[in-house]
Design a protein around this ligand. Structure first.
Ligand SMILES: C=C(NCc1c(COP(=O)(O)O)cnc(C)c1O)C(=O)O
Length: 393
């Protein structure tokens, strides 16, 4: 009996709760579905000796499973994952040193533009943005200190298609330049940049690869062992790593990637064709349409286009706002690539951080609307757009 009249506390309870059934050596379960290993640290048989894992930032079994799968999908040797797409971009850019120069395509995700202009520039990495659909512009932008070429193709939000092989050839001819391709809009199911001369493929896994709008993550896929070693060092040293739980979710999503991309592709093509014939639409920017200015390049490096594309209408900001407040099935929101259909106004949303002068030069005007066509029934999506046009014009 304890002094307070109650039974004595159970001795060793706390120790049991911590150690009973927890022996690290037991984990070789042959589980068909890769488990989520959340442990941030791993038992070492002797000081500074480890059995493959020592600390969660440096390596994690669930993350390794995802990275192995990502490498295979791009037919690459190595893959690394990061806390976000921009985390991947930041880490890749950290391969460079102060005084180096980046040449980037002019139309990139607003956050990438902002990172290059407002963060990396302060750290001594200059970036020149230019039109990569004109190889002369690429050649003229390359300087003696150019160490990286950044391609997005198709570009966000104008869907410009850039000839990966041609730009990679220019880069290799003109110096020791790392060619990076942001393949977020397509995924390796629709385009494999490494096959066309890219050195590194980068993804916002947040988009199609996870495809459920419930994870923020990034990835890089590459073949070069030396580059991989440098990136792996940076991944650990900079600490921009994803959680094991998120790795589990993305790994699971990859299992339906092919099915989802097929439906995104089919549905967006039907909707793009419908928009092309709409009296209030002046231009549809969809690389799967024969009317696309780089359609031939798209055909030689893509197996098809995904669900994300943009269109321009005859109105201005007022009509865009009215249209986007009238959609009911499409959701007014940033991001793309999920099972739900999204619509957004890049000029004031995803690309608001791009200087207005640059936006206007590019054509990211208030009449440009970007759609991410999801997995809903195509007819329902067309009906939604139709009623929104009627409400706005
Ligand atoms: C959030 C949006 N884009 C993110 C993005 C990123 C950044 O990914 P994050 O996971 O959001 O950090 C990188 N590359 C491309 C082509 C992207 O589109 C968007 O366009 O709505």
């Amino acid at each position: 009996m304890a002094s307070d009249g109650f039974l004595n506390k159970i001795s060793g309870f706390a120790t049991l709760a911590i150690h009973a059934g927890q022996d690290p050596e037991k984990w070789n379960s042959a589980a068909v579905v890769p488990p989520i290993v959340t442990s941030t640290t791993f038992k070492q048989p002797a000081p500074a000796e480890h059995t493959g894992f020592e600390y969660g930032r440096s390596g994690n079994p669930t993350r390794n499973t995802l990275e192995e799968c990502l490498a295979a999908l791009d037919k690459g040797k190595h893959a690394l994952t990061f806390a976000s797409g921009l985390g991947a971009t930041t880490t890749i850019a950290s391969l460079l040193s102060c005084g180096d120069h980046i040449v980037s395509c002019d139309d990139v995700y607003g956050g990438t533009n902002r990172l290059f202009r407002r963060v990396l520039e302060r750290l001594g990495l200059q970036t020149t943005f230019t039109d990569f659909t004109d190889l002369e512009c690429v050649k003229n932008a390359i300087q003696d200190n150019t160490k990286m070429i950044w391609i997005e193709t198709p570009t966000n939000p104008l869907l410009k298609v850039i000839d990966i092989a041609a730009v990679s050839e220019v880069a290799k001819e003109m110096g020791d330049i790392i060619v990076v391709v942001d393949n977020t809009f397509l995924t390796p199911y629709l385009q494999r940049p490494l096959d066309f001369g890219a050195d590194i493929v980068v993804y916002s896994l947040t988009k199609y690869m996870n495809g459920h709008s419930d994870v923020i993550m990034g990835a890089a896929v590459l073949n070069d062992d030396c580059l991989e070693e440098r990136l792996r060092f940076l991944q650990n040293a900079m600490g921009v790593v994803p959680s094991p739980t998120d790795c589990y979710f993305v790994n699971r999503s990859l299992k339906t990637l092919a099915l989802r991309m097929e439906q995104h592709q089919k549905s967006s093509y039907v909707i793009a064709k419908w928009l092309e014939n709409h009296p209030k639409v002046t231009q549809v920017l969809h690389p799967g349409l024969p009317s696309h200015p780089q359609y031939a390049i798209a055909q030689k490096q893509m197996t098809g286009h995904s669900g994300v594309f943009s269109f321009k209408h005859v109105g201005g900001l007022q009509e865009s706002r009215k249209f986007l407040s009238s959609i009911k099935l499409f959701i007014l929101a940033e991001s793309l690539g999920g099972y739900e259909s999204l619509a957004e106004l890049p000029s004031v949303m995803t690309h608001a951080s791009v200087p207005e002068e640059q936006r206007n030069e590019l054509g990211i005007t208030h009449s440009l609307i970007r759609l991410s066509v999801g997995l809903e029934d195509t007819e329902d999506l067309i009906d939604d757009l139709d009623q929104a046009f009627k409400a706005a014009f």
